[in-house]
Design a binder for this molecule. Structure first.
Ligand code: FES
Length: 116
C-alpha cells in the first residue's frame, strides 16, 4: 500500500521509555494531540484516542488474540493495520504510521488530515 505523506513527530527515545498499561496500550500526547498506542507481539501501532462509534477511549480497551483493538464501551473491533471495523458495524478508526528509528520512536500524522 502506498504510504501517504506524513509529518513525523518524535514520541520517545525508545519503546522501553513508553509506559504501557497491563492491556498493552498507552495514551500519549505529542504535537498537541492525544493518541492511543498499542504494543502487540513487539509491533508498535497507533490510532485515534477516541472510538469513531461513540467516543470510547481506545487505550482503555484491549487487544484480541490477533491484535485487533477492542473498544471498551460496546466492544466493536478495529484493525490497527488499516482502521477497518472488523466486527462489521461500518465505522473506521483513524490509524497512524509508527516508525522505530535509531533516533527514537516516531509517529506520522498525514499532512492536511491530522485527525478524522
Ligand atoms: S464507543 Fe466504541 S464501540 Fe461504541
Amino acid at each position: 500500500m502506498k504510504q501517504k505523506k506524513c509529518t513525523w513527530h518524535k514520541l520517545a527515545d525508545s519503546v522501553a521509555e513508553i509506559s504501557f498499561s497491563s492491556n498493552g496500550m498507552a495514551s500519549v500526547s505529542l504535537a498537541g494531540k492525544t493518541i492511543c498506542l498499542a504494543l502487540h507481539k513487539d509491533q508498535l501501532l497507533a490510532c485515534a484516542q477516541k472510538c469513531p462509534h461513540a467516543g470510547g477511549i481506545m487505550a482503555n480497551g484491549h487487544l484480541d488474540a490477533v491484535g485487533n483493538i477492542v473498544c471498551p464501551l460496546h466492544r466493536y473491533k478495529f484493525s490497527l493495520g488499516n482502521g477497518r471495523n472488523v466486527s462489521g458495524e461500518g465505522y473506521f478508526l483513524k490509524t497512524f504510521q509508527v516508525e522505530i528509528r535509531k533516533e527514537g520512536v516516531f509517529v506520522g500524522f498525514e499532512e492536511n488530515n491530522l485527525f478524522n
